[in-house]
Design a protein around this ligand. Structure first.
Ligand code: CU
Length: 125
């Protein structure tokens, strides 16, 4: 290899390492649910190639209302599932759909699309 090829190879490696770190290890932003007038902890979640936000922090023992709006037509995200709470919802494109439940115990609970390709996490404190 010429020195130029070595430099390009090393730069390429460094870039792929950075991308891997960014997707798997970079700290993600947490979103704290806001308490609405009804007393429910509400968060609006956009569904588009993933869930935004995908890390939602709520308090235990209070109703949670997650308002999902799906902004894509990909079949992958047409359902959202909360297996730990026995909740699921169909998400028609462009419509707001609320999922409501009350988490009793602190912990981390995942939510996902049907095939588990899109994932988010509810952190109950
Ligand atoms: Cu999916």
């Amino acid at each position: 290899m010429t020195p130029a090829q070595i430099v390009v190879t090393i730069a390429g490696l460094a870039l792929s390492l950075f991308i891997a770190w960014f997707f798997w290890f970079a700290p993600k932003a947490k979103t704290q649910a806001a308490v609405s007038a009804s007393g429910a902890q509400e968060v609006a979640v956009t569904v588009k190639g993933g869930y935004t936000p995908d890390l939602i922090v709520v308090k235990a023992g209070r109703p949670v209302r997650l308002r999902f709006t799906r902004q894509e037509s990909s079949a992958c995200s047409e359902m959202v599932l909360f297996p730990d709470f026995n909740q699921s919802a169909k998400l028609p494109e462009g419509e707001e759909v609320s999922v409501e439940f009350t988490p009793d115990k602190p912990g981390e609970y995942g939510f996902q699309c049907m095939m588990g390709m899109l994932r988010g996490k509810l952190i109950v404190e």
